[in-house]
Design a protein around this ligand. Sequence first.
Ligand SMILES: *Cc1c(COP(=O)(O)O)cnc(C)c1O
Length: 357
Amino acid sequence: MKEYAVKRTGIVERYQEYLPVTDKTPIISLNEGNTPLILSEALPKELGLKGVRIYYKFEGLNPTGSFKDRGMTMAISKAVEAGAKAVMCASTGNTSASAAAYACRCGLKCFVLIPEGKIAKGKLLQAFRYGAKTLMIKGNFDQALELVKEMTKDGKITLVNSINPYRIEGQKTASFEIVDDLGEAPEYHAIPVGNAGNITAYWKGYKEYQKAGKSEVLPKMLGFQAAGSAPIVLGHPVANPETLATAIRIGNPASWQSAVAARDESGGLIDMVTDEEITKAYRFIAEREGVFAEPASAAGVAGVIKLAQKNFFKEGTRLVITLTGSGLKDPDFALSFEDPVYTIEADLDAVREAVQV
Ligand SMILES: *Cc1c(COP(=O)(O)O)cnc(C)c1O
């Protein structure tokens, strides 16, 4: 039988010449990556930006709903190649969802440590449904990561947090896709920063693609932390990080140094945005652009809004904002705005009365 639609299009196959894989690497993939770069219509207008093109790299459309899948296909493939039997991660939610999915696909045991009560429901239910053993610790993400580091030290269990270098390798492919789509790198790249693996990965990707002759320019990296969890901005770890953007509720980022390097080498900046600014941006992109991303993703948008209000972006600039995860991940937050619900009789008159054009 002819198989028309079955193409292997995951990021490892697409970009293997830039990745540490060989013919012997078993590729564990869910056809991640290849996410859309969506041109913003409303945001430049709203901000009065003339001649500025803003694109959303919508990573919420990956198989488990976040960019973590790019790193996980690499990390899990390499773990299988090395003969691993089990993997483990600390997670604010999306890493555990992704690890669980890729691990179950190849029969690896998966253990996830998540902070009790601080994980969005959509992410928690994914860990359950993909069959990971889910341990809720009475502590925060940073404590969970310390425990996972200890547990995986002897090599019996493979750590799949972003301190696993294969995670960064996989995640850098998002930069490749952006350059492939735009023809070269944008002037600016805005991105939320939690554990700081992703800003590290994007910068690595942009540099490698430039070296390969795919882009003449490099972007300035603009990282955004939540104000209640902004260790890099403040210059010291935050013991009790707080923010409604739970995916970036991290007080002591593992990739702190490389995030600072990405900022400084690129001539960019790392700033912070308040939960109020995040919420506004979250609603704006959903209600005005039809792009539904989770609160942490909106931190990048909030950051761009903040900079634009200070006339940061000159005419002719192109900038990309990574929307890291899907809005469906966090239904409790999505339903917290007291949207009016109209309950009416099931007859035409009632509908006519409610529908006034
Ligand atoms: C993991 C995650 C982040 C933070 O990425 P880091 O690599 O930890 O900086 C941001 N947004 C979402 C939706 C995430 O899942």
